[in-house]
Each structure stands twice: as C-alpha cells, then as structure tokens.
Design a binder for this molecule. Structure first.
Ligand SMILES: NC(=O)c1ccc[n+]([C@@H]2O[C@H](COP(=O)([O-])OP(=O)(O)OC[C@H]3O[C@@H](n4cnc5c(N)ncnc54)[C@H](O)[C@@H]3O)[C@@H](O)[C@H]2O)c1
Length: 308
C-alpha cells in the first residue's frame, strides 16, 4: 500500500523502510496532552478522521471546556449540513478523557499542546517519554520553541517532531511539519501521511526559530504596531491598507488581537534572541500594551475593543 492510503476506517497507514525491510506503520490511536484551544481542536480533527483519541489535561475544568468547544463546533456543522448527527456521535465516541499522563501509554503518537513555555513542555515530554510505548512518535504543537531542544528532553529524539497546527484547527488547512536536527526520515514520512489523512496539507520545514509561519508573520504584525506607534496612520487605516491593498482577510492589528498580544510579544522575543537580529525587536507599544493587560480578544481589549 502507498504512503497514507487508508485500508479501513480509523487507521492511518504509511509504508516505511524499517531495518527488516518495508513494513507497515500504523497510527490508530493518538493521545493529546493539553486540552486548551489547540488541543481540543486537534482532538476533534483526529476523531473526525476515524482515529481513537485520548485527551489529557492536568487542569480539572480543561477537559470539560474542550468537550464543550467540540460540541459547539459539531452543532454548527450539523446545522449547516456539513456532518450528520450519526457522524458526530461516532467522532465523539472515539474520544477518551484523562487527567493522568499514564493514559498516553497505548498511543502510537502523542501530541503535546501545553503552554508555550520551554520548561513546561520539556517536563511534559520527559514524562510522556517515560510512559509512552517505545516506538510511539512524540509531536509538539509549539509555535516557536526549537524542536531539537524539546527532543533533547527525551530518550527518543529521532521520533520527536513538530506538528504546528493553526487556530482554529478544524478550519485551517495547514500543518507545518517541523523536522528537528535528529528527527528520523521515517518519523517525517509517517507524520506527513498522517496530516494528509486528516484532510490537511502538510508543509515540511526545518527547525529554525518561528519556523516559516511566525518568522514571516510576526515581523509584519510588529511593523504595523511600529506604524501605529509612530503615527504613520491610525489603527483602522493600517488594517484597511493591508486588507484592501494586499487582500489579507484581516488587518495585522486585528490579527494580533486574535492571536493574543502576549503571544505575539513572546514569539518576537524568541526570534530576536535566537536569531540575534534587531529586526525582530518588539515595538515598545506592544510591550506596553501587554504590561497593561491589554492582550487582545481574550482580555476584551487590544488594539480594538471586544464586547462580551
Ligand atoms: N492558540 C493559538 O493560536 C496557537 C496556534 C498554533 C500553536 N499554538 C501552540 O499550541 C500550544 C497550546 O496553545 P493553546 O493556545 O492551546 O494554549 P491553552 O492555554 O489554551 O491550553 C494549554 C493547556 O495545556 C494544559 N497544560 C499545561 N500544563 C500541563 C501539563 N503539565 N499537563 C497537562 N496539561 C497541561 C493547560 O491546563 C491548558 O488546558 C502552545 O505551544 C502554543 O504556542 C497555539
């Protein structure tokens, strides 16, 4: 069978060169650690693709929150006739919830989607490495942390890879597949096939700060903030130029509010520090807004006001 072709519902196969020759690799069960915005979306798309999912989160209310988010998406897709109630029932039945990291033990692949913090992610990956099956793949949904650095926290760096999904996961077609310095070719092949089976498009990139997506996007957002700070134009005008002149679906300041201004600042700090170039220096206005608690949509105010 060719890479990524399904043999039966609920199974993701890929041919891979093993030491004993060609053998079939199978991803039929995934575990996702971190049931926040991204983890819940990732769980939803795997369950919809017929894969058994174990969703793990340490916080008591996170799992309920994640299921409620999925239920809202599913209600909408049934209303719009994109899915039948039976399809939704079947996707829901594939999801198991757990608080204990030991629940990842059965998975063929574990995807980490916890807070964007090196120590937190390394701690989770170290724990996962101890309890996951020895041949299981470990993927991280980090937006900016080095895959090679995260892989070093495990005893299996060849089977660690970046799977950078985009928000909202059920809607966005791209997954940046990030190859760390020690990631094996077989790991990359299995993940590329897996992403394709989810109905998404994988794009393979190498492990450099911000990968491609945030290395290109964040300097644009930062420059828009410098324009606002320097009075080149007001916020509506800056966003209008980029929407109407560059055909961007939303302006950079509105997009920054959507991403979260704290997240934007964090990624720019990583780019400046790791690449050592001042062109990534965060605009002082961005730093000031984060310090004032104006974080964008999630706090009700960023460059724009959000009611409710
Ligand atoms: N939100 C986005 O737009 C976006 C887009 C792409 C990638 N990412 C990346 O995805 C990751 C998750 O982001 P998010 O927005 O979903 O965050 P979030 O804050 O919504 O969720 C993180 C979840 O991780 C859980 N968690 C933290 N430590 C844990 C631990 N030790 N064990 C188990 N669970 C733990 C928290 O309880 C929380 O539910 C980050 O690395 C982020 O950079 C986010």
């Amino acid at each position: 069978m060719r890479a990524g072709q399904p043999e039966e519902e609920g199974k993701i196969f890929v041919e891979a060169e093993g030491r004993e020759g060609t053998k079939r690799q199978l991803i039929e069960r995934v575990a996702i650690v971190g049931a926040g915005t991204m983890g819940s979306g990732i769980a939803q798309v795997f369950a919809e693709a017929g894969v058994a999912v174990t969703l793990v989160d340490a916080a008591p209310t996170a799992l309920q929150w994640a299921m409620a988010a999925m239920e809202r998406n599913w209600s909408r897709s049934v209303e719009k006739s994109k899915r039948t109630p039976a399809e939704v029932d079947s996707a829901r039945s594939r999801i198991a919830l757990a608080h204990d990291i030991a629940a990842v033990g059965e998975a063929d692949m574990v995807i980490e989607a916890v807070f964007e913090d090196v120590a937190t992610k390394q701690g989770v990956l170290r724990d996962v490495d101890r309890v996951a099956a020895p041949e299981a793949l470990l993927a991280t949904n980090t937006s900016s942390i080095s895959i090679t650095q995260l892989a070093a926290a495990t005893e299996r760096p060849g089977r660690v890879i970046g799977m950078h999904f985009f928000n909202p996961v059920p809607v966005m077609p791209l997954v940046e597949v990030v190859r760390g310095l020690l990631t094996q070719a077989e790991t990359v092949a299995r993940v590329l096939a897996c992403v394709t089976r989810l109905g998404k498009t994988p794009v393979e990139v190498h492990d450099f700060p911000g990968f491609v997506s945030n290395r290109v996007l964040l300097p644009m957002i930062n420059e828009a903030i410098f324009c606002l700070q320097e009075g080149v134009a007001d916020k509506d005008a800056i966003d209008a130029v980029m929407r109407l002149g560059m055909a961007h679906p939303m302006g950079p300041l509105a997009l920054a509010d959507l991403i979260g201004l704290d997240v934007c600042l964090n990624i720019l700090d990583v780019l400046q520090r790791e690449l050592g170039e001042d062109k990534y220096r965060p605009a002082p206005l961005l730093r000031k807004m984060v310090a004032a608690g104006k974080l964008g949509r999630k706090s009700g105010e960023g460059f724009f006001l959000y009611e409710g």
